[in-house]
Design a protein around this ligand. Structure first.
Ligand code: I3S
Length: 127
């Protein structure tokens, strides 16, 4: 029932498994480390956990995701070829200088994430 407000994922716009790597941290280039992550888009936050089961334990507990970025003031674009040899890669640049690549072997999945991320970024553009 999608209208149920009690569901722990009720404020989650989107979730799924993606390949993720940081490429910069605090504005400085870092070595890529592609990892499969359960990714959750919730409000203006993009949250990452190793697995879906680990993500479920955030809700209603004091646990925190493994890693998260705030999408306020961020940008998302389809990554240019020089950023990665992989297909279907998005580049997310955050205001705090953490830049990520997210990738899926499925073009449809990446297109859906591109849409969802763009929407969230536009929604929070004036905050
Ligand atoms: O952009 P780069 O540095 O060519 O990225 C590749 C490397 O990070 C590589 O690992 P090493 O740090 O051992 O060289 C990764 O295995 C590759 O996946 C990275 O490139 P892609 O094109 O897959 O993003």
């Amino acid at each position: 029932n999608p209208s149920s407000p009690k569901h722990p994922h009720s404020h989650c716009e989107k979730s799924g498994t993606l390949n993720v790597t940081k490429i910069t941290e605090h504005g400085k280039k870092v070595r890529k480390n592609w990892t499969s992550s359960w990714t959750v888009l919730q409000g203006s936050q993009l949250l990452f956990a190793k697995t879906q089961a680990m993500a479920s334990s955030w809700f209603g507990s004091h646990q925190k995701p493994e890693f998260s970025v705030d999408l306020k003031g961020a940008t998302v674009e389809k990554a240019s070829k020089d950023k990665s040899s992989k297909k279907h890669v998005l580049e997310v640049k955050t205001q705090r200088g953490t830049d990520l690549l997210i990738q899926s072997d499925s073009e449809n999945i990446i297109n859906e994430w591109f849409k969802a991320l763009t929407e969230v970024i536009n929604t929070h553009a004036w905050e």
